[in-house]
Design a protein. Structure first.
Lengths: 359, 82
């Protein structure tokens, strides 16, 4: 089994396939031309490709391909119930369900909504408990809208699901999406000076569960990088430890090491470019106590930005890290971040990168 | 039969077919019967605001416009974007 990077762009989906070294990559595509691909992934249970797709005229939908991208099928109309007063605006993230629940898929997006499919993405039903969440009136859209962008299934328990919405915060369900508990304790919302630690309203940019130690969760937030060791019940802010800024969007992990994480900081909310005029990936190997700049093979003069879905990791040893910049370049490290190659350049604006198994 | 002509993206999403014949009574019913109706209408059944509908080369706003035997409906995305 090889590896591929599914690269979602403003103008379709590209597939980067690599050799065993993960240093030479072939660019194939674009697929789904005419659609913005906010995120794409491969269902490890059956090999189907799934894409969260949007068109500025024709709205938000999702596509799937059972032949590695040769042909695509669009989902039936995706919509929110009339009584909600909400309409489906944008598809952000599409996530396969638990390994024990074949055919189950999850789709998150704007306006702070989540859908579930039990037929492999052909049809989607809104998750009513989130639409009716008692804290919804306290949610506020971030610059990208009120987007549900992170969906994580606990690999040890199919009924435990995490989502994150910007700017509503993180939520955990223990009953397969029937109810949602805010998990934002000690996560700052500095943009609320009168109440910087509210129950909800935090601007999570990305939230990931560690695959091998699922009680450990990481998040890159508008207001810092955080780690939780108790399924989100409490969070520790990881700062003053080598990161040039706590602001950033993407996040990646190492499946083999729960203490390792990767972020790409930006200067701050008011100037969203990589700090110090360089593209730097920062890695911690001690649970966030310290961070090291990784730069070998990355451009040393760059004012880049990598969006929240723009970084990923594979399941190989050593872990491969993938980052796609809005400038259209994809940078890949086959050695856990120690060195990088520019696997593609001049792609349309990159919205997402997902490393997947590939035959 | 009235005819509906689709732009290329919609034709691809319709399975490669850019021309459909219809015996629907009006424009709305004709468009709702297309395999890409979800791309034209939101979940409330409202025509998406940047989808322009032309009937016999005249842009229309009233989707109840009746269809006749030789009517040609053309769908055009609003000119915008980059």
């Amino acid at each position: 089994m090889g590896v591929a990077a599914l690269v979602g762009t403003r103008k379709g989906l590209f597939v980067l396939t690599g050799d065993e070294t993960r240093r030479d990559w072939n660019v194939e595509g674009p697929h789904l031309t005419g659609f913005e691909v906010f995120h794409a992934t491969r269902d490890p249970r059956d090999g189907t490709l799934h894409a969260a797709t949007n068109n500025w005229v024709y709205g938000a939908t999702a596509h799937r391909s059972s032949d590695q991208g040769e042909t695509w099928e669009r989902a039936e109309q995706i919509g929110l119930p009339e009584e909600s007063g909400l309409t489906w605006e944008r598809s952000w993230h599409i996530e396969p369900g638990h390994a024990d629940e074949p055919g189950t898929m999850w789709l998150g997006g704007t306006p702070g909504a989540l859908f579930k499919s039990t037929d492999g993405g052909a049809t989607w039903e809104p998750v009513q408990s989130l639409i009716e969440h008692p804290t919804r009136e306290k949610w506020n859209p971030g610059a990208g809208g009120l987007c549900c962008h992170s969906i994580q299934i606990d690999p040890s328990d199919a009924s435990r699901i995490y989502i994150a919405i910007s700017a509503a915060g993180g939520f955990r369900s223990e009953d397969g999406g029937g109810s949602w508990t805010p998990i934002n304790k000690n996560v700052a919302a500095d943009f609320f000076p009168d109440n910087p630690f509210p129950e909800v309203g935090q601007c999570v940019h990305k939230l990931l569960v560690h695959p091998a130690q699922p009680e450990r969760i990481w998040q890159q937030n508008h207001c810092g990088v955080y780690r939780s060791d108790d399924r989100g019940d409490d969070w520790e802010r990881l700062e003053d430890n080598g990161l040039p800024s706590g602001f950033g969007f993407p996040l990646a992990l190492d499946p083999a090491d729960p203490d390792t994480a990767y972020v790409i900081p930006e200067e701050g909310a008011e100037n969203r470019v990589t700090p110090n005029g360089r593209l730097g990936v920062y890695r911690t190997r001690d649970g966030g106590a310290s961070w090291k700049l990784l730069k070998e093979g990355l451009p040393q003069q760059a004012w880049a930005s990598v969006m929240r879905e723009g970084m990923s990791f594979d399941r190989l040893e050593p872990v491969g890290i993938y980052a796609g910049a809005q400038s259209g370049s994809v940078f890949i490290s086959p050695d856990a971040g120690d060195s990088w190659v520019e696997a593609a350049q001049y792609l349309p604006t990159i919205l997402s990168v997902e490393a997947v198994e590939w035959q | 039969m009235a005819v509906i002509l689709l732009p290329s993206l919609l034709a691809r999403e319709a399975g490669g077919e850019g021309r459909f014949e219809t015996d629907a009574a009006n424009v709305r019913d004709a468009l709702r019967g297309l395999p890409i109706a979800d791309l034209l209408f939101d979940e409330r059944g409202n025509l998406r605001p940047l989808v322009n509908v032309y009937v016999d080369r005249e842009q229309i706003d009233d989707l109840k416009t009746p269809l006749e035997e030789s009517t040609e409906i053309r769908l055009v995305a609003a000119v915008a974007g980059g």
